[in-house]
Structure formats: structure tokens, C-alpha cells
Ligand binder design. Sequence first.
Ligand code: THU
Length: 129
Amino acid sequence: MISLEDKALEKAKAARENSYSPYSGFRVGAAVISGDDRIFAGTNIENRSYGLTICAERSAIFSAVSKGVRTLRHLVLITDSEKFITPCGACLQVLSEFASDMQIESCNKKGEKQRFSLKELLPKSFKLE
Ligand code: THU
């Protein structure tokens, strides 16, 4: 039986197909799994005013939150690169809003996986108090 994590990877791959990345040519697909086991995908969307670009991770998170999700437990990422990417600092901070810790799975173009935790990548997130 296919696991929810593998289904999320399939959704991330499909989202990568929709990547709008004419400036970098770097396609990223992401999918998050909510605390109640729903999957939400997103991709990177660039802009000719480069700073307005949104990462695939935040696209996926914002899609989930827009549907009422407030807790995340898993993120999967896929690119076209042989390397394993980890989310940028901004995306890690946004993830930390919806998870005290979570699994982050990064897949390269060969389908190989590396696993991280949010705590490991962002041990000290910004907190208001
Ligand atoms: N990007 C992501 O979507 N996620 C990351 O974790 C890092 C970078 C995107 C932003 C931009 O469209 C392209 O990758 C190159 O930086």
C-alpha cells in the first residue's frame, strides 16, 4: 500500500510540473501533510521583479492554511537537481508557525531521499515571547 508520504511525493512531483521559473530555470515541487493527514502541494512562482518570487514550500503551506489547516507534520520537496535542497530560512520560519517540529524529506531528480527535521534545520526560530 502506498504511504501518505509517498502520495505527498507524487503531489509534489505534479506541482513541480507547474513551476513558473523562467528566470532561474530551477523547478521545485513541495507538498505538506497536515496534522489531520491531508496533503497540499505547491510550486515556486517567480516574478520579473525577482524579490516577489515565492518558494514551493510557502506555496504549499499557504494552500494548506487557506483550507483551514493549522498543524503540519511532514514536508516533501523535489527538484530537478542531483543535490538535495533544504528549505530557505524564510520557509523554515513559516513552517515553524505550524509545527514545533516536523519531518522534512528532500528528493533529488534520481528519486533518492534525504531526511531532516525542522528542529535540526532551524533550532532557534523567532518567537514573540
Ligand atoms: N526555491 C524554492 O522553491 N524552494 C527552496 O527551498 C529554495 C529555492 C525556488 C525559488 C526560486 O524560484 C528558485 O528556487 C531559485 O532560487
